[in-house]
Ligand binder design. Structure first.
Ligand code: CS2
Ligand code: MG
Length: 412
Protein backbone atom coordinates (compact mmCIF):
# COMPACT_ATOMS: atom_id res chain seq x y z
CA UNK A 1 0.00 0.00 0.00
CA UNK A 2 1.85 3.08 -1.24
CA UNK A 3 1.41 6.72 -0.14
CA UNK A 4 0.24 8.67 -3.20
CA UNK A 5 -0.73 12.07 -1.67
CA UNK A 6 0.39 14.13 1.32
CA UNK A 7 -1.55 17.34 1.95
CA UNK A 8 -0.73 19.88 4.66
CA UNK A 9 -4.02 21.55 5.61
CA UNK A 10 -3.95 24.82 7.57
CA UNK A 11 -7.22 26.12 9.00
CA UNK A 12 -8.15 28.60 11.71
CA UNK A 13 -11.70 28.03 12.96
CA UNK A 14 -11.44 29.00 16.68
CA UNK A 15 -7.64 28.94 16.47
CA UNK A 16 -4.89 27.85 14.04
CA UNK A 17 -4.51 24.13 13.30
CA UNK A 18 -2.08 22.26 11.02
CA UNK A 19 -3.14 18.81 9.82
CA UNK A 20 -1.30 16.34 7.56
CA UNK A 21 -3.57 14.18 5.41
CA UNK A 22 -1.99 11.12 3.75
CA UNK A 23 -3.75 9.17 0.99
CA UNK A 24 -2.76 5.72 -0.28
CA UNK A 25 -3.16 3.95 -3.61
CA UNK A 26 -5.87 1.86 -1.86
CA UNK A 27 -7.82 5.06 -1.29
CA UNK A 28 -7.28 4.99 2.47
CA UNK A 29 -6.57 8.30 4.19
CA UNK A 30 -4.89 9.11 7.50
CA UNK A 31 -4.74 12.32 9.55
CA UNK A 32 -1.97 13.64 11.80
CA UNK A 33 -1.92 16.80 13.98
CA UNK A 34 1.14 19.06 13.52
CA UNK A 35 -0.06 22.13 15.41
CA UNK A 36 2.71 24.01 17.30
CA UNK A 37 1.04 26.96 19.01
CA UNK A 38 2.42 30.31 17.86
CA UNK A 39 4.91 28.67 15.45
CA UNK A 40 2.48 26.82 13.18
CA UNK A 41 3.97 27.89 9.85
CA UNK A 42 7.43 26.59 10.76
CA UNK A 43 6.00 23.05 10.90
CA UNK A 44 4.00 23.65 7.70
CA UNK A 45 7.23 24.56 5.88
CA UNK A 46 9.12 21.61 7.42
CA UNK A 47 6.39 19.27 6.18
CA UNK A 48 5.75 20.79 2.75
CA UNK A 49 9.33 21.61 1.79
CA UNK A 50 11.23 18.71 3.37
CA UNK A 51 9.02 15.76 4.36
CA UNK A 52 6.16 15.50 1.84
CA UNK A 53 8.57 14.84 -1.11
CA UNK A 54 10.05 11.93 0.91
CA UNK A 55 6.68 10.29 1.61
CA UNK A 56 5.25 9.84 -1.87
CA UNK A 57 5.71 6.22 -2.99
CA UNK A 58 6.66 4.95 0.48
CA UNK A 59 5.06 1.82 1.96
CA UNK A 60 2.29 3.16 4.21
CA UNK A 61 2.56 0.09 6.44
CA UNK A 62 6.24 0.74 7.33
CA UNK A 63 5.52 3.00 10.34
CA UNK A 64 8.68 2.23 12.41
CA UNK A 65 10.97 2.44 9.38
CA UNK A 66 9.40 5.73 8.32
CA UNK A 67 9.81 7.11 11.87
CA UNK A 68 13.52 6.13 12.00
CA UNK A 69 14.07 7.41 8.43
CA UNK A 70 12.54 10.84 9.17
CA UNK A 71 14.37 11.15 12.53
CA UNK A 72 17.83 9.93 11.44
CA UNK A 73 17.99 11.09 7.81
CA UNK A 74 17.28 14.69 8.89
CA UNK A 75 20.69 14.68 10.66
CA UNK A 76 19.39 17.57 12.80
CA UNK A 77 17.43 15.77 15.51
CA UNK A 78 14.82 16.56 18.22
CA UNK A 79 13.21 19.91 18.85
CA UNK A 80 9.53 21.02 18.72
CA UNK A 81 9.30 21.63 14.94
CA UNK A 82 10.96 18.39 13.84
CA UNK A 83 9.10 16.24 16.37
CA UNK A 84 5.69 17.79 15.54
CA UNK A 85 6.29 17.12 11.84
CA UNK A 86 7.35 13.51 12.48
CA UNK A 87 4.38 13.10 14.85
CA UNK A 88 1.92 14.09 12.13
CA UNK A 89 3.30 11.51 9.70
CA UNK A 90 3.39 8.82 12.40
CA UNK A 91 -0.19 9.33 13.55
CA UNK A 92 -1.52 9.52 9.98
CA UNK A 93 0.16 6.17 9.24
CA UNK A 94 -1.32 4.57 12.40
CA UNK A 95 -4.75 5.93 11.32
CA UNK A 96 -4.31 4.27 7.90
CA UNK A 97 -3.05 0.97 9.35
CA UNK A 98 -6.00 0.72 11.77
CA UNK A 99 -8.43 1.50 8.93
CA UNK A 100 -6.75 -1.16 6.77
CA UNK A 101 -7.18 -3.58 9.70
CA UNK A 102 -10.80 -2.49 10.08
CA UNK A 103 -10.46 -1.64 13.79
CA UNK A 104 -10.25 1.37 16.09
CA UNK A 105 -6.60 2.29 16.68
CA UNK A 106 -6.60 1.37 20.39
CA UNK A 107 -7.33 -2.24 19.38
CA UNK A 108 -4.19 -2.23 17.20
CA UNK A 109 -2.20 -0.78 20.12
CA UNK A 110 -3.09 -3.75 22.29
CA UNK A 111 -6.75 -3.22 23.12
CA UNK A 112 -8.49 -1.34 25.92
CA UNK A 113 -6.94 -1.44 29.40
CA UNK A 114 -9.90 0.47 30.90
CA UNK A 115 -13.49 1.45 30.10
CA UNK A 116 -12.67 5.13 29.70
CA UNK A 117 -10.17 7.90 30.39
CA UNK A 118 -10.47 10.11 33.50
CA UNK A 119 -10.10 13.67 32.23
CA UNK A 120 -9.65 17.06 33.84
CA UNK A 121 -10.92 20.46 32.80
CA UNK A 122 -9.74 24.03 33.44
CA UNK A 123 -11.54 25.97 36.15
CA UNK A 124 -10.29 29.49 36.72
CA UNK A 125 -11.22 32.79 38.28
CA UNK A 126 -9.80 36.19 39.10
CA UNK A 127 -11.72 36.04 42.42
CA UNK A 128 -12.74 33.12 44.67
CA UNK A 129 -16.39 33.54 43.69
CA UNK A 130 -15.53 33.43 39.98
CA UNK A 131 -13.35 30.37 40.62
CA UNK A 132 -16.02 28.53 42.64
CA UNK A 133 -18.54 29.20 39.85
CA UNK A 134 -16.07 27.87 37.30
CA UNK A 135 -15.45 24.70 39.35
CA UNK A 136 -19.23 24.11 39.61
CA UNK A 137 -19.65 24.71 35.87
CA UNK A 138 -17.04 22.05 35.17
CA UNK A 139 -18.67 19.62 37.60
CA UNK A 140 -21.97 20.22 35.78
CA UNK A 141 -20.18 19.46 32.50
CA UNK A 142 -19.28 16.07 34.03
CA UNK A 143 -15.65 16.67 35.04
CA UNK A 144 -14.54 14.55 38.01
CA UNK A 145 -11.10 16.18 38.19
CA UNK A 146 -10.42 19.90 37.93
CA UNK A 147 -7.42 22.10 37.34
CA UNK A 148 -7.54 25.28 39.39
CA UNK A 149 -5.90 28.48 38.15
CA UNK A 150 -6.35 31.74 39.99
CA UNK A 151 -5.81 35.44 39.49
CA UNK A 152 -3.16 37.01 41.75
CA UNK A 153 -3.80 40.36 43.46
CA UNK A 154 -1.69 43.03 41.81
CA UNK A 155 -1.19 41.18 38.52
CA UNK A 156 -3.23 42.43 35.55
CA UNK A 157 -3.38 39.28 33.44
CA UNK A 158 -1.83 35.85 34.00
CA UNK A 159 -1.92 32.48 32.31
CA UNK A 160 -5.07 30.46 32.42
CA UNK A 161 -7.35 33.13 33.88
CA UNK A 162 -10.52 34.12 32.03
CA UNK A 163 -11.99 37.61 32.39
CA UNK A 164 -9.31 39.27 30.37
CA UNK A 165 -11.89 41.81 29.16
CA UNK A 166 -9.77 43.55 26.50
CA UNK A 167 -8.69 40.31 24.93
CA UNK A 168 -12.19 38.86 24.93
CA UNK A 169 -13.69 42.10 23.58
CA UNK A 170 -11.21 41.99 20.69
CA UNK A 171 -11.49 38.31 19.87
CA UNK A 172 -14.76 36.98 21.31
CA UNK A 173 -12.70 34.03 22.59
CA UNK A 174 -12.34 33.37 26.33
CA UNK A 175 -8.70 33.98 27.29
CA UNK A 176 -8.48 30.85 29.46
CA UNK A 177 -9.61 28.90 26.42
CA UNK A 178 -7.02 30.17 24.00
CA UNK A 179 -3.87 31.90 25.26
CA UNK A 180 -2.48 32.50 21.76
CA UNK A 181 -3.73 35.93 20.76
CA UNK A 182 -4.38 36.72 17.10
CA UNK A 183 -2.34 39.72 16.10
CA UNK A 184 1.00 40.83 14.68
CA UNK A 185 2.92 40.80 17.99
CA UNK A 186 2.87 38.80 21.26
CA UNK A 187 1.13 40.46 24.22
CA UNK A 188 3.25 41.36 27.24
CA UNK A 189 2.02 40.25 30.67
CA UNK A 190 3.23 41.08 34.16
CA UNK A 191 4.44 38.57 36.72
CA UNK A 192 5.58 38.51 40.34
CA UNK A 193 6.45 35.13 41.87
CA UNK A 194 6.41 36.22 45.53
CA UNK A 195 2.81 37.53 45.38
CA UNK A 196 1.79 34.34 43.54
CA UNK A 197 3.49 32.11 46.19
CA UNK A 198 1.71 34.01 48.97
CA UNK A 199 -1.71 33.81 47.25
CA UNK A 200 -2.04 30.32 45.73
CA UNK A 201 -2.08 28.29 48.99
CA UNK A 202 -4.89 30.51 50.32
CA UNK A 203 -6.90 29.73 47.18
CA UNK A 204 -6.45 25.95 47.52
CA UNK A 205 -7.43 26.16 51.20
CA UNK A 206 -10.63 27.94 50.15
CA UNK A 207 -11.36 25.45 47.35
CA UNK A 208 -10.89 22.48 49.68
CA UNK A 209 -13.15 24.11 52.29
CA UNK A 210 -15.78 24.73 49.61
CA UNK A 211 -15.59 21.44 47.66
CA UNK A 212 -14.23 18.96 50.21
CA UNK A 213 -11.23 16.60 50.34
CA UNK A 214 -12.06 14.11 47.56
CA UNK A 215 -12.22 16.19 44.37
CA UNK A 216 -8.93 15.69 42.45
CA UNK A 217 -7.37 19.15 42.07
CA UNK A 218 -4.54 20.04 39.71
CA UNK A 219 -2.50 23.23 39.28
CA UNK A 220 -0.16 24.49 36.56
CA UNK A 221 2.83 26.53 37.72
CA UNK A 222 3.56 27.10 34.04
CA UNK A 223 7.38 27.10 34.33
CA UNK A 224 7.56 30.29 36.47
CA UNK A 225 9.38 29.36 39.69
CA UNK A 226 13.03 28.89 40.49
CA UNK A 227 13.77 25.43 41.95
CA UNK A 228 13.63 26.61 45.56
CA UNK A 229 10.44 28.65 44.94
CA UNK A 230 8.97 25.52 43.32
CA UNK A 231 9.93 23.51 46.43
CA UNK A 232 8.31 26.19 48.60
CA UNK A 233 5.07 26.06 46.55
CA UNK A 234 4.94 22.26 46.55
CA UNK A 235 5.37 22.23 50.34
CA UNK A 236 2.78 24.98 50.96
CA UNK A 237 0.22 23.04 48.90
CA UNK A 238 0.76 19.67 50.63
CA UNK A 239 -2.16 20.19 53.08
CA UNK A 240 -4.53 20.43 50.07
CA UNK A 241 -3.55 17.04 48.60
CA UNK A 242 -3.14 18.01 44.95
CA UNK A 243 -3.47 15.37 42.21
CA UNK A 244 -0.47 17.10 40.65
CA UNK A 245 1.52 20.33 40.47
CA UNK A 246 2.57 20.90 36.85
CA UNK A 247 5.60 22.56 35.26
CA UNK A 248 6.58 23.98 38.63
CA UNK A 249 10.02 25.06 37.37
CA UNK A 250 11.62 25.12 33.88
CA UNK A 251 12.87 21.59 33.33
CA UNK A 252 15.69 22.22 30.84
CA UNK A 253 17.94 21.52 33.83
CA UNK A 254 16.67 18.15 35.14
CA UNK A 255 18.66 18.55 38.39
CA UNK A 256 16.36 21.42 39.38
CA UNK A 257 13.70 18.84 40.22
CA UNK A 258 16.02 17.09 42.71
CA UNK A 259 15.76 20.17 44.93
CA UNK A 260 11.97 20.22 44.58
CA UNK A 261 11.76 16.51 45.44
CA UNK A 262 13.90 17.02 48.52
CA UNK A 263 11.33 19.41 49.99
CA UNK A 264 7.88 18.24 48.93
CA UNK A 265 5.74 15.15 48.34
CA UNK A 266 3.25 17.02 46.14
CA UNK A 267 3.08 14.92 42.91
CA UNK A 268 4.87 16.54 39.97
CA UNK A 269 3.87 16.59 36.30
CA UNK A 270 6.32 17.74 33.64
CA UNK A 271 6.81 17.45 29.92
CA UNK A 272 4.33 19.34 27.73
CA UNK A 273 7.24 21.16 26.08
CA UNK A 274 9.43 18.06 25.90
CA UNK A 275 9.80 16.35 22.52
CA UNK A 276 11.74 13.10 22.96
CA UNK A 277 12.49 10.33 25.45
CA UNK A 278 15.88 11.92 25.98
CA UNK A 279 14.24 14.93 27.63
CA UNK A 280 12.82 12.47 30.19
CA UNK A 281 15.68 10.02 30.69
CA UNK A 282 17.19 11.51 33.86
CA UNK A 283 13.98 12.75 35.49
CA UNK A 284 12.30 9.34 35.01
CA UNK A 285 15.40 7.35 36.08
CA UNK A 286 15.76 9.51 39.22
CA UNK A 287 12.00 9.29 39.95
CA UNK A 288 11.78 13.13 39.87
CA UNK A 289 8.30 13.24 38.29
CA UNK A 290 5.05 11.33 38.73
CA UNK A 291 3.33 12.16 35.44
CA UNK A 292 4.56 12.41 31.83
CA UNK A 293 2.83 15.47 30.32
CA UNK A 294 3.80 15.04 26.71
CA UNK A 295 1.22 15.19 23.92
CA UNK A 296 1.37 12.73 20.99
CA UNK A 297 1.50 15.80 18.68
CA UNK A 298 4.70 17.22 20.17
CA UNK A 299 6.60 14.01 20.98
CA UNK A 300 7.14 12.24 17.68
CA UNK A 301 3.69 10.68 17.53
CA UNK A 302 2.25 7.46 18.94
CA UNK A 303 5.38 5.46 18.07
CA UNK A 304 7.67 7.64 20.20
CA UNK A 305 5.37 8.67 23.06
CA UNK A 306 4.45 5.00 23.57
CA UNK A 307 8.22 4.40 24.03
CA UNK A 308 8.45 7.21 26.59
CA UNK A 309 5.46 5.85 28.51
CA UNK A 310 6.79 2.29 28.47
CA UNK A 311 10.05 3.59 29.99
CA UNK A 312 8.06 5.61 32.56
CA UNK A 313 6.02 2.51 33.47
CA UNK A 314 9.14 0.83 34.84
CA UNK A 315 9.26 3.64 37.44
CA UNK A 316 5.50 3.60 38.10
CA UNK A 317 5.22 7.00 36.45
CA UNK A 318 1.93 7.58 34.69
CA UNK A 319 0.65 9.47 31.69
CA UNK A 320 -0.93 12.90 31.96
CA UNK A 321 -1.16 13.85 28.30
CA UNK A 322 -1.32 17.53 27.34
CA UNK A 323 -4.76 18.34 25.93
CA UNK A 324 -5.43 22.09 25.64
CA UNK A 325 -7.29 23.59 22.69
CA UNK A 326 -4.06 23.92 20.70
CA UNK A 327 -3.94 20.14 20.44
CA UNK A 328 -6.31 19.56 17.55
CA UNK A 329 -9.16 17.02 17.59
CA UNK A 330 -6.82 14.73 15.61
CA UNK A 331 -4.13 15.04 18.31
CA UNK A 332 -6.74 14.49 21.03
CA UNK A 333 -8.04 11.35 19.31
CA UNK A 334 -4.48 9.98 19.09
CA UNK A 335 -4.02 10.68 22.81
CA UNK A 336 -7.28 8.87 23.65
CA UNK A 337 -6.41 5.74 21.64
CA UNK A 338 -2.94 5.58 23.21
CA UNK A 339 -4.29 6.39 26.67
CA UNK A 340 -6.94 3.66 26.49
CA UNK A 341 -4.40 1.00 25.54
CA UNK A 342 -1.42 1.67 27.84
CA UNK A 343 -1.34 0.27 31.39
CA UNK A 344 0.21 3.30 33.13
CA UNK A 345 -2.55 5.77 32.21
CA UNK A 346 -2.94 8.51 34.81
CA UNK A 347 -5.26 11.26 33.55
CA UNK A 348 -6.04 13.14 30.29
CA UNK A 349 -6.26 16.94 29.97
CA UNK A 350 -9.43 17.82 28.08
CA UNK A 351 -10.23 21.41 27.10
CA UNK A 352 -13.29 21.38 24.89
CA UNK A 353 -12.88 22.72 21.35
CA UNK A 354 -15.18 25.39 19.94
CA UNK A 355 -18.14 24.88 17.56
CA UNK A 356 -16.27 26.03 14.44
CA UNK A 357 -13.46 23.59 15.21
CA UNK A 358 -15.97 20.80 15.69
CA UNK A 359 -17.51 21.66 12.32
CA UNK A 360 -14.11 21.26 10.62
CA UNK A 361 -13.10 18.06 12.47
CA UNK A 362 -15.87 15.39 12.56
CA UNK A 363 -15.16 13.30 15.65
CA UNK A 364 -16.48 10.05 17.17
CA UNK A 365 -15.15 10.19 20.73
CA UNK A 366 -17.52 10.12 23.67
CA UNK A 367 -17.52 12.05 26.97
CA UNK A 368 -19.71 10.67 29.72
CA UNK A 369 -19.57 10.55 33.48
CA UNK A 370 -16.20 12.28 33.47
CA UNK A 371 -14.62 9.67 31.17
CA UNK A 372 -13.43 10.07 27.56
CA UNK A 373 -13.50 7.19 25.04
CA UNK A 374 -12.11 7.45 21.49
CA UNK A 375 -15.04 5.54 19.98
CA UNK A 376 -14.98 2.41 17.84
CA UNK A 377 -14.79 3.69 14.28
CA UNK A 378 -11.87 2.19 12.30
CA UNK A 379 -8.70 4.25 12.67
CA UNK A 380 -8.57 7.41 14.78
CA UNK A 381 -12.29 8.13 14.25
CA UNK A 382 -11.74 11.70 13.00
CA UNK A 383 -12.49 13.13 9.53
CA UNK A 384 -11.46 16.58 8.31
CA UNK A 385 -14.09 18.51 6.32
CA UNK A 386 -11.85 20.25 3.78
CA UNK A 387 -14.57 22.64 2.58
CA UNK A 388 -15.30 23.76 6.13
CA UNK A 389 -11.56 24.12 6.80
CA UNK A 390 -11.27 26.32 3.73
CA UNK A 391 -13.58 28.88 5.32
CA UNK A 392 -11.04 29.76 8.01
CA UNK A 393 -7.69 30.98 6.66
CA UNK A 394 -4.63 31.09 8.90
CA UNK A 395 -4.24 34.16 11.12
CA UNK A 396 -1.00 35.12 12.87
CA UNK A 397 -1.27 34.48 16.60
CA UNK A 398 1.36 34.54 19.34
CA UNK A 399 1.47 33.25 22.88
CA UNK A 400 2.04 36.06 25.38
CA UNK A 401 5.32 36.60 27.26
CA UNK A 402 6.11 37.90 30.74
CA UNK A 403 8.10 40.82 32.12
CA UNK A 404 8.84 41.31 35.82
CA UNK A 405 8.25 44.68 37.50
CA UNK A 406 11.83 45.72 36.68
CA UNK A 407 11.32 44.89 33.00
CA UNK A 408 13.17 41.55 33.00
CA UNK A 409 11.75 38.98 30.58
CA UNK A 410 10.40 35.98 32.52
CA UNK A 411 9.01 32.54 31.71
CA UNK A 412 5.37 32.72 30.61
C1 CS2 B 1 -0.97 24.64 29.37
C2 CS2 B 1 -1.25 25.00 27.95
O1 CS2 B 1 -2.80 23.23 29.23
C3 CS2 B 1 -1.73 23.44 29.78
O2 CS2 B 1 -1.28 22.72 30.66
O3 CS2 B 1 0.29 24.60 29.82
O4 CS2 B 1 -2.42 25.68 27.94
C4 CS2 B 1 -0.20 25.81 27.27
O5 CS2 B 1 -0.09 27.06 27.82
C5 CS2 B 1 -0.54 25.91 25.81
O6 CS2 B 1 -0.71 24.65 25.30
C6 CS2 B 1 0.56 26.63 25.03
O7 CS2 B 1 0.30 26.52 23.70
MG1 MG C 1 0.63 23.16 31.28
Amino acid sequence: MKITHADVIVTSPDRNFVTLKLTTDDGLTGLGDATLNGRELAVVAYLREHIVPLLIGRDAHAIEDTWQFLYRSAYWRRGPVTMAAIAAVDVALWDIKAKAAGMPLYQLLGGASRTGLLAYGHASGKTLDELFDSVRQHQEKGYRAIRVQTGVPGLKSIYGIASNATFEANTGVRYDHEPAQRGALPAEEDWDTRSYLRHVPTVFEAVRNEFGPELPLLHDGHHRMTPIQAAQLGKSLEPYDLFWLEDVTPAENPEALRLVRQHTTTPLAIGEIFNTVWDYQQIIREQLIDYVRSAVTHTGGITHLKRVLEYAAQYQIKSGMHGPTDISPVGMAAAMHLGLSIHNFGIQEYMQHGDKTNSVFEQSFTWSNGLLHPGNKPGLGVDLNVDEAGKYPYETAYLPYNRLADGTVHDW
